[in-house]
Write a protein that binds this ligand. Structure first.
Ligand code: NAD
Ligand code: ZN
Length: 362
């Protein structure tokens, strides 16, 4: 018989609370004797020279890398080089700790797996292609919304595909959710990345994979998003940061047990062809999806207006027909999203021409 219900592994341990980052040293202590007896810390370069740099619990034997995520999203080449350098310097580490946004979460997850799996990470882009468990890995998110802290994929851009290393071993062994860490997020990123959660919920809810389990997470995450992004108490306050961190996790869990939809399918096309950042791409697209998600898009627009976020229009005027065709093909090749959003007959409804028309709305 065919498996019809998702059977997912979750994060093993979660600590949540303001100041919980200070517990990290204690959390890592029991693992320090494993393998060659040292940890690798991957920290978003934003924190170089900031107070957090002094709070990273790196010991003398540990390796710490400050990684810039500004120029591009994580690549297969970047992971392979990092892995080779670490193994040749000190051998197999006790574990990997990622401190940063979705990009650093994905780098930490991918590195953990590639430290024990031979060859290039391009070989493992896809579902269940990884052969061996990775090393112990810990995620410490510093920007909330992607749900990468709880997801079972590490999205990498390779020469051919933008696709995750997706398997049970990708999931973090431990996450540390400290809302203090997201206080410094610039306002535009706070908005775009937070909207990724909101969009995860709208898409998870509106499709055939939705069920009572994914719905419960989505409903709660959307309630939290409304408190954070709409109404008199909205904005980047400590109380809202507490909520957004939980919303990100729940939005991620909602889509894990359901599926994303039209916005993410188009977003992958845009990101793959033009390199547009995931959360920003979603916002650009969501603006034009009222046909598919009328209520969700109306509320999204309210949030955009409330925070006076400038989402450019007329972008597609600069794109050639060839570029738009390429985007449409990337989007079309995500059947699991279309099956969820549209149904069994999706190929009758969604055509390359229709997708091209959607991209021309941007
Ligand atoms: P990001 O990690 O790309 O960071 C965005 C910006 O915020 C960067 O400039 C970074 O330096 C800065 N930043 C991060 N924390 C900060 C802080 N506390 N203060 C000030 N600046 C800070 O952002 P993101 O939106 O969280 O992640 C996007 C990435 O996540 C993409 O690469 C996407 O592919 C990936 N993603 C992964 C999953 C998954 O399930 N694995 C899901 C969605 C997206
Ligand atoms: Zn997303």
């Amino acid at each position: 018989t065919q498996t019809t219900h998702k059977n997912f592994k979750g994060v093993e341990k979660t600590v949540y609370g303001r100041g919980s980052f200070s517990q990290l040293d204690e959390i890592l202590a029991p693992r320090r004797a494993d393998n060659e007896g040292y940890f690798v810390f991957l920290v978003d370069n934003y924190f170089k020279g900031k107070p957090l740099e002094g709070q990273v619990p790196a010991h003398a034997e540990d390796l710490t890398y400050y990684i810039s995520v500004e120029e591009h999203e994580p690549t297969t080449d970047q992971i392979d080089r990092l892995r080779d350098e670490i193994l040749s310097k000190k051998g197999l580490p006790s574990g990997v700790v990622g401190i940063g946004g979705g990009s650093i979460m994905d780098i930490a997850k991918a590195l953990s797996l590639m430290l024990t799996n031979e060859g290039s990470s391009t070989l493992y882009q896809g579902l269940n292609l990884i052969k061996k468990p990775g090393v112990y890995h810990v995620g410490v998110p510093t920007i909330s919304g992607t749900g990468a802290e709880v997801s079972m994929t590490a999205v990498l851009t390779g020469p051919v595909k933008k696709l995750g290393l997706k398997c049970e071993w990708t999931v973090f062994n431990q996450i540390v959710l400290d809302p203090d860490l997201i206080a410094s997020v610039p306002r535009n990123w706070w908005f775009y990345t937070g909207m990724d959660t909101y969009i995860h919920c709208i898409e998870s809810e509106n499709g055939r994979m939705n069920n009572a389990y994914s719905h419960a997470y989505a409903e709660q995450a959307m309630k939290l998003c409304r408190e954070v992004y709409l109404g008199e108490n909205s904005g980047q306050t400590a109380e809202n940061d507490d909520k957004l961190m939980v919303a990100s996790m729940m939005g991620g869990l909602s889509l894990t047990y359901s599926e994303v939809g039209v916005c993410h399918a188009l977003s992958y096309g845009l990101s793959k062809i033009l390199g547009t950042r995931h959360c920003y791409a979603n916002c650009l697209i969501m603006n034009h999806l009222a046909d598919y998600y009328p209520q969700g898009v109306a509320e999204f627009k309210e949030m955009v207006a409330y925070h006076q976020i400038d989402l450019p229009k007329g972008l597609s005027k600069e794109w050639s027909d060839d570029t738009i065709t390429q985007m449409a093909h990337v989007s079309y090749n995500l059947p699991h999203m279309w099956l969820h959003a549209i149904g069994d007959n999706w190929q009758e409804v969604i055509t390359i021409d229709l997708l091209k028309d959607l991209f021309r709305r941007l």
